[in-house]
Design a protein around this ligand. Structure first.
Ligand SMILES: [Mn+2]
Length: 328
């Protein structure tokens, strides 16, 4: 956990502007430019060789950064400017060209390094595919072995397929974490499941390990915000820290054409934005990731990448509201 594999992003905005930032590309600083501990550290895990369906999700960290210029730091809905938050970009984990296991090991070591050296800073990993989540959670657990970690998963799938069959892939991270005793199934809540995308043996595995499955239909009936609040409350009573993983395939296919595994009947972008605003405000949420967005599947207007940045901004707004609450 003393070694990291971070390299500066292949491409970044110049930071010559001395004026107060009004847009995200001037707001996010490079990690080495920040003297004190930032509120949140971003890092990219650009791997998608481990994806079951063909995916260019490895391109997302770069496209995510490029899209920043199109977003102001001011959130009109909440009448709040995010500029006072210190956000640092640590760059990307260096991936091996072909060796998936070695790349996964580097994501794990880098996640451990960041949590060890910035223990009070929120971390936000930008994937890559969903295999990266298992690496990040294992890395965190290495640093805080005595702590229990709960997972709030927004996903169309359970991601409990058998790594014996697939290797560590984007369909297996939750199973890897449970079978490897990094987390307990009862500390996993999955919201967003729907339809015909999880085979019966996977549901059986989830039930056997007490994973809490909340279908999108149930969540809508109860109210999504209420469901999220209850889930966070439930987890925070049981675990020491919460890791939130956002598989962008939770979104309806019409809202997320740039996600290879998105499906009909999924969450709307607006529902996801509302949920992330709640999640960002919870004090026990210490880590988040956004995975499985393949920018190469977008049209020329980059609709899914824009949705991905908006989703992240909603989480950041939640963090800002939390800061405001604790300082008053
Ligand atoms: Mn997933």
């Amino acid at each position: 956990m003393n070694q990291h594999w971070l390299q500066p992003p292949e491409w970044s905005w110049n930071h010559l502007s001395k004026e107060e930032p009004t847009h995200v590309h001037h707001w996010v600083q490079q990690l080495n430019e920040i003297e004190k501990y930032p509120d949140l550290i971003l890092y990219g895990a650009p791997i998608s060789r481990s994806s079951i369906s063909v995916s260019g999700a490895s391109l997302y960290p770069g496209e995510f950064r490029r899209m920043w210029k199109g977003f102001a730091t001011y959130n009109l809905d909440e009448d709040i400017d995010l500029a006072p938050l210190q956000v640092a970009d640590a760059g990307d984990v260096v991936m091996h060209t072909t060796d998936i296991l070695l790349s996964h090991q580097r994501i794990q070591e880098t996640s451990a390094y960041l949590v060890k050296h910035y223990p009070n800073t929120l971390t936000c990993m930008i994937g890559g595919d969903h295999s990266t989540t298992a690496c990040a959670v294992r890395g965190i657990k290495e640093v805080v072995p005595q702590e229990s970690i709960g997972i709030l998963q927004l996903d169309t799938h359970l991601d409990v397929r058998d790594p014996e069959e697939l290797g560590p892939a984007n369909g297996t991270p939750i199973r890897q974490l449970i079978d490897g005793s990094t987390i307990q199934g009862k500390d996993v809540i999955n919201i967003g499941l729907h339809g015909y995308y999880n085979a019966k043996p996977l549901i059986d595995y989830a039930k056997k390990h007490s994973i809490q499955m909340v279908t999108l239909k149930q969540a809508r009936k109860q109210g999504l915000i209420c469901t999220i609040q209850e889930s966070l409350q439930h987890l925070s009573a049981k675990v020491d820290r919460i890791y939130v993983t956002v598989d962008m395939d939770v979104l309806d296919i019409s809202n997320a054409p740039g996600v290879p595994a998105s499906t009909p009947g999924g969450m709307t972008a607006i529902e996801l934005f509302d949920i992330l605003l709640e999640i960002g405000q919870h004090p026990d949420v210490r880590h988040i990731d956004f995975v499985c967005l393949d920018p190469s599947k977008d049209s020329a207007v980059a609709e899914t990448v824009k949705t991905g940045v908006y989703a992240w901004m909603q989480f950041m707004t939640g963090c800002m509201l939390k800061t405001r609450k604790t300082s008053t």
